[in-house]
Design a protein around this ligand. Sequence first.
Ligand code: SF4
Length: 876
Amino acid sequence: MKAVRTTCPYCGVGCGIIATPDGAGGAKIEGDPEHPANFGRLCSKGTALGETLDLEGRLLAPHIGQREAGWDEALDLVADKFSTAIKEHGADSVAFYVSGQLLTEDYYVANKLMKGYIGSANIDTNSRLCMASSVAGHKRAFGTDTVPGTYEDIEEADLVVLVGSNLAWCHPVLHQRLMAAKEMRDLTIVNIDPRRTSTAEMADIHLAIKPGADLHLFNGLLTHIVENNAVDADYVKNHVSGFEAAVEAAKSESDLAEACGLPPAQLDTFLKLWTGTKKVVTVYSQGVNQTTSGTDKVNAIINCHLATGRIGQAGMGPFSVTGQPNAMGGREVGGLANMLASHLEITNPHHRATVQKFWDSPRIADHMGLKAVDLFNACAEGKIKALWIMGTNPAVSLPRADYVREAIKNCEFVVVSDPVKTTETTVLADVLLPVNAWGEKGGTVTNSERRISRQRAFLEPPAMAKPDWEVLSDVARRMGFTKGFDYSNPAEIFDEYTRLCAVAAHQGVDLDLSGLAGMSAQAYNDMSPVQWPVSTTHTGGRFFADGRFYTENGRANMLALTPRASPSQASAAYPLLLNTGRIRDQWHTMTRSGKSATLSQHYAEPFVEIHPEDAEELEISAADIIAVNSTDGHIVARALITDRTQKGHVFAPMHWSGPWAANGRATSLVAANTDPISGQPESKRTAVRVQKFQAEWFGFAVSMQEPQFSSGYWAKARCHSGWRAELAGLAKPDDWEVFARQVFKAPEAKAVLMSDAGNGTARVALLKNSKVIAALYISREPVALARSFLVDSLAKESPLQSILAGRLSAGQPDPGPTICSCFSVGANTIAEAIKSQNLRSLDEIGTALHAGTNCGSCRPELGFLLKTIYGQPSLV
Ligand code: SF4
């Protein structure tokens, strides 16, 4: 089959992929050696994409309520409900909530329909949760939302400062590029993060800052720059406004080390290093963006770069990395409620007129729309009468997720277009519309360094699925907007968008794609990755090299910034503070990555990191199940006792949702506090209470069929033999064999039971045709078993005796929890090899075990195992 060049659908690094279909609905996935984002590398998530392409769980036909419907009927209903709501309640009574998973062409059509034809700006995206504070910070400083630098800058810097960024797990290939550059030359990496993440482990210096103190730190850095004569006076004089006021505001800190929670000597080292190193790139991500002072924090970082003139030159600059594959594309075509397409401003009457004239649209939104959190508040208040959610799962991913679920239920008419049939959001829809998934759709995405790449289809869309842009255009035409939506392919949409960019560029807007306007469909199909701006004379590179910015006076703005306390503070009732984030091998709400058995072995259940002293105070032991409550929600998860997290703080990943765990939605806990400028929610800080879940029993299960659980704590994940599950309950069932038959749906299977009432253990194996099809392990304590052996044992048809024993036969060591997903190498195997073979480097581990030699995502954890064994504190 023909290999197709496309782009990874996960993070904002935007890696190129070569997909070769196997003719049976799957594809071989390889990194594209010619793509400038990754040069052939892929991380664990990208590498495992081939495991996510099957049609299990796909939405294959439109649904109205519970019944299947034809496209015409469903689209007529959507158009009618939206038109009626607009007629009866006005344009602002309808809303779209879209996604960084959409392609730029889909985003463009959604934005055009809402802002130019419906006449409202009530279109916002889940990118609001990810990088809206960076957008707002860029606009305040530069007059436009531009990431100044390129990935090469990160490699060319002498100092890379990673702020609020677990780059090793959340942007792994960019982290690999950074580490490769460090191997080649003298490059210092500083990680500023309250948690000791894998990124921190690989950094030269980890500043375990007090959570939320970033603004104190960068104000302090600005003061240090001034006091140590590191200001680039010429640059400031010629290109910067607001310098004096910013410096004055930054001086307010009396004890910087105390405010930041850092040892004075370590703080001093950082300040001197930053100030004394010209080629410095400061990379920031969700740890900066997802707070109620996110925009100010972004500007505090930019202030330091502007004061030193370290921007727009090789190896220098502030660098926001985005979470989603097309967060940048969405920003570019106006997917946020406060922007128009092509970086034109909704608040600028001249810009509005430009867009309306270009679209020849009947109207144009003349005020900002509702940002994500406000949009769902408006649903709860009954102000939104018709809501269309595209390619995202807000009932899991938004703060106060339980409230959001009720808000969606409260909306009179809800449409969800999605490739997945059952999510916490799709079950709330009045109309479900099946759309193409990754591998089936074609268009463009923009990565974190402004590089536009093609996503190309390499699989046929199944059944009735269609591209998002086509569904949107169909609805628009049915609403009576016949003229503006007669597209027949994404190339036409891209061409229209680039022509609008050309018009915008004439008005002085930075987002110039005029060099791509007028491309033929063939040229669009063949398009190589290209970094904007793309004019007829110039392509790509850094912005602001000439010191000219997109403000009215052409000068960059430094901002006077004063730290503000977060509204979320610990109290007697909620004494701990919750931070949420991502893990290495899962993505968002797991609708795609959860399909991969390989990815599901790294962490197979929801967990909460808690500091050892907090755990001791709360009488929580290793591997206990714990309940976490906030004023907004409640979850139950495994306790992971570790000093990775600071005392008084807990961390939970945001991925687990209803299909995977009984009660694991960490975002249900998160308060809906937002940054007043960007509207981005503070996902990094919520006051919570943690208690031990007083389980009477604990369990582990493996099964060839998907098990079904109805009560207690459970979390299930795919494994190569089928499914694995972790269990715990408050009350013991009467009969474990009956329980096993029910959860494994195997009433006819032969059961073999071993139990010991004295110590509370029970083991049940279910057999069909003499083959073990499921096994259940019960204990009064968290169950200690050779899990990685058991998850493979059913597929390998291991003997009943060893399956029931839950361990390998004599002489076969337990490999332990998976560290290297690509080669299924466990922590115990690696630790044993390090010790017995005296392995001293990642390369030596790779040679001995292959671990870390494919995608490289596990290399930080391998590095930590090395450090642990040779005398460092334990992380695992
Ligand atoms: Fe995909 Fe990984 Fe590259 Fe991100 S770093 S784009 S998840 S392969």
